[in-house]
Design a protein. Structure first.
Length: 479
């Protein structure tokens, strides 16, 4: 049933003023924008290897050059300043800082981030650093990758190096971006690097990512000032049932455990959900969870980062294992271990160029649920946005009314969720720039700023100008 509040959230008409101090930002990730893949000591990450493997990434695209942000840093920070952004969420490339995943930091790699952070602070833009947005050093994968416990220990050492170098300037830290994708797309369905397709490896990866998070928070807290903040970003799935029956409700429960509670349980409550153990019992006894791990993982956080794009619709099935409409890419292998009896369905309504349904009520529901489940935990939307088939017209303008409509609808949902009690403190538009969209290569454009890849030229889209006005005024204009 659609509530009155949901209707309001999906049909914005009146102007809406956001709370004072609401943080407006934009987000990117290292592999998606930096390029300079072999410069200043950087070694290959799993994404370099994956992108070089024929058939993995559309058109054979790689992040070798990406948007060339490594060399255009100044220009990009100037663009952020023009947009009036209050914050910039970026990720650090582990293989740039600690190429083999062991030993001391490479100073040249760190210098890039030192300069970036200095440029941001100069312009009054708050740096929000993510330690891991999917570019695992290839050597760490070769030693077993996330399914192995040692990777979590390596990650904590890397976190310490990053905090030692940047902790005096970066006051907001995020350990992991969307560990669900790292574990289940990377090791389950194989549509992300490193492209393995082993359901048990995916579950082991999920646990070791949880452990990596907990150990990294401790490494950060030991080094950063008391007023600095630690967080994690999860792509919490808003799971809905296609059918109004018990089987549908159970399908939602099962996917909610695999998508969401596998992370929120240990990280925020100190325990894995019992139903997750039961659902996956035929695959593993979870003996890779050792005594004391949950205590290490369950660290106090200053906020939870939430990435949202589209809802997930499921139903119960006889076991034919239809998982390809889950919006996460086509594979013969499911990213949902133990969920063969769940089918995924395309939600109704308009779609973006990703084929993802546009549905701001999903974001509203998600925020309300998180506020109810974790009432004392502030929330930030660390990613939200849409890909459309943008192009520069003959006069050099990029008009993207669909993106403006998407942002308008989702910001209205955020506003409504705040009015209804959710403690949402900020919003980061994905993405600042068009960039390397993982297995889709450069074919999907999520940027507020258009990138002409052959020349690297940046053109702020109409949505960038629209967003800049929202940021400046703190008001979402009426439709
Ligand atoms: C998220 C990723 C981000 C980007 C968007 C579209 O899952 O965190 O890097 O690819 O999707």
């Amino acid at each position: 049933m659609v509530t009155a509040a949901q209707q309001t959230a999906s049909a914005p008409d009146a102007a809406r003023t956001f709370p004072k101090g609401f943080l407006w930002g934009s987000a990117t990730a290292s592999y998606q924008i930096e390029g300079a893949a072999a410069e200043d000591g950087r070694t290959p990450s799993i994404w370099d290897t994956y992108a070089r493997t024929p058939g993995r990434v559309r058109n054979g695209d790689t992040g070798d050059t990406a948007t060339d942000h490594y060399h255009r840093r100044g220009e990009d920070v100037a663009l952020m300043a023009e947009l009036g952004l209050g914050a910039y969420r970026f990720s650090l490339a582990w293989p740039r800082i600690q190429p083999t995943g062991r030993g001391p930091a490479v100073q040249k790699g760190l210098d890039f981030y030192r300069r970036l952070v200095d440029d941001l602070l100069d312009k009054g833009i708050q740096p929000v650093a993510t330690l891991y947005h999917w570019d695992l050093p290839q050597e760490v994968e070769d030693a077993g990758g996330w399914p192995e416990r040692a990777t979590a220990e390596r990650f904590a050492e890397y976190a310490a190096l990053a905090a030692d170098a940047l902790g005096d300037r970066v006051k907001t830290w995020t350990t992991l971006n969307e560990p669900w994708c790292s574990a289940f797309l990377g090791y389950g369905s194989g549509v992300h690097a490193p492209g393995r397709t082993d359901p048990v490896a995916a579950l082991r990866a999920a646990h070791h990512l949880n452990l990596a998070h907990g150990l990294a928070v401790q490494a950060l807290r030991d080094r950063i000032p008391a007023d600095a903040e630690c967080s994690v970003t999860l792509n919490i799935h808003q799971v809905r049932s296609l059918t109004a029956d018990d089987a549908g409700t159970d399908a939602v429960r099962r996917i909610d455990a695999l998508a969401n509670r596998v992370f929120t349980g240990p990280m925020l409550q100190g325990a894995y959900p019992e139903d997750l153990f039961k659902d996956t019992a035929e695959l593993t006894d979870w003996s890779f969870v050792r005594d004391g791990d949950l205590r290490q993982i369950h660290q106090p956080l200053d906020f939870l980062g939430v990435n949202y794009y589209t809802p997930t619709v499921v139903s119960a099935t006889d076991g034919s294992g239809i998982h390809t409409s889950d919006g996460h890419g086509k594979s013969a292998h499911s990213p949902w271990p133990g969920a063969d009896k769940v089918a995924f369905h395309q939600p109704p309504g308009d779609t973006t160029a990703m084929g993802w349904a546009v549905d701001p009520t999903g974001l509203y529901d998600l925020l309300r649920r998180l506020a109810a489940d974790f009432p004392r935990l502030p929330l930030y939307i660390t990613e939200n946005g849409a890909a459309f088939d943008d192009y520069a017209d003959p006069s050099g303008q990029v008009n993207d009314p669909d993106r403006i409509a998407y942002l308008r609808g989702h910001l209205a949902a955020v506003h409504q969720a705040i009015a209804d009690g959710a403690d949402v403190r900020g919003y980061f538009l994905w993405s600042l720039l068009d960039n390397f969209e993982w297995a889709h290569g450069y074919s999907k454009r999520f940027g507020a700023v258009y990138v002409d890849y052959p020349t690297g030229t940046r053109i702020p889209k109409a949505s960038a100008r629209w967003y800049a006005e929202v940021v400046r005024s703190g008001v979402l204009p009426g439709a």
